[in-house]
Design a protein around this ligand. Structure first.
Ligand SMILES: C[S@@+](CC[C@H](N)C(=O)[O-])C[C@H]1O[C@@H](n2cnc3c(N)ncnc32)[C@H](O)[C@@H]1O
Length: 237
């Protein structure tokens, strides 16, 4: 028996997502020694395990999927379906794996409402080649019409957002997580959810982000979901 529940996606989108999950895992496994080496150098040099920074780090990750894990993707899909999300922001699109789940949720939420309303996932990605790959994957998965990918640095691409936003996925290199959330927070509707990946595995690196979402006087209430690097799920007050 499979360890995970079946994919929540329709067969067309599931086939594309499953292929990309497998590709991402294979890429990760093949690069374990390279990643471990880079983490060790980063720890010694900058006291952080974040190996994505600096010119060399950026070059290394420029062609990597680093896709969200299947179970986490299924969870964000379920959350988006549960809150009826139709306007979503994704910080960190890469090859579009998480985007497929978010866009499928928007499509299905709109279909259930059946009121002619519109919906959109606004993704952002600063590697032009990844944007092209994401667009191709979204087209193949049949969900392209529900996605707009803004190419460039999110500190520029997310400044002119209009709300209300129902859901945000933060799956980005760590130093960008809090700047992304700060940009989007004013546009999140009350009850909107923000999911940030890998906050347990990289708790030290996410310290400021976590302080922000866990601040009892701040704009969010927050829970940590452990396992596989962990996730922080924060709800806008
Ligand atoms: C962890 S990956 C995203 C994976 C994606 N959510 C998925 O599941 O397929 C993070 C992505 O953020 C992109 N990125 C990093 N810093 C960025 C920035 N300042 N602006 C836009 N994109 C950025 C990287 O190029 C990388 O593709």
């Amino acid at each position: 028996m499979d360890k995970l529940a079946p994919s929540p996606l329709d067969p067309l989108a599931a086939a594309v997502a499953d292929r990309l999950h497998a590709q991402s895992k294979k890429q990760l496994v093949a690069n374990v020694p390279a990643i471990a080496g880079r983490m060790a150098v980063s720890l010694l040099r900058d006291r952080t395990a974040d190996f994505t920074q600096g010119e060399e780090g950026k070059r290394f990750v420029a062609d990597k999927l680093v896709a969200i894990a299947p179970a986490k993707a299924a969870l964000i899909h379920m959350l988006c379906r549960s809150i009826g999300a139709t306007r979503i922001v994704e910080a960190g699109t890469s090859f579009g794996v998480s985007t497929i789940y978010l866009a499928a949720a928007v499509r299905d939420n709109l279909a259930e409402r059946d009121d002619g309303g519109e919906g959109l996932v606004i993704g952002t990605e600063h590697e032009p080649a990844k944007v092209q790959r994401a667009l191709r994957n979204l087209r193949e998965a049949g969900v392209e019409e529900f996605v707009e990918i803004r190419e460039g640095d999110l500190r520029e691409t997310l400044v002119d957002l209009t709300g209300p936003i129902d859901f945000m996925l933060v799956d980005i290199w760590v130093p960008m997580a809090l700047p992304a959330l700060r940009l989007v927070t004013p546009h999140l509707r009350p009850g909107a959810l923000v999911v940030c990946d890998n906050v347990v595995g990289a708790a030290k690196e996410y310290r400021e982000y976590l302080e922000f979402v866990r601040d009892p006087d701040g704009p969010f209430t927050s829970v940590t979901v452990p396992g596989n690097g962990g996730m922080e799920i924060s709800r806008k007050r």
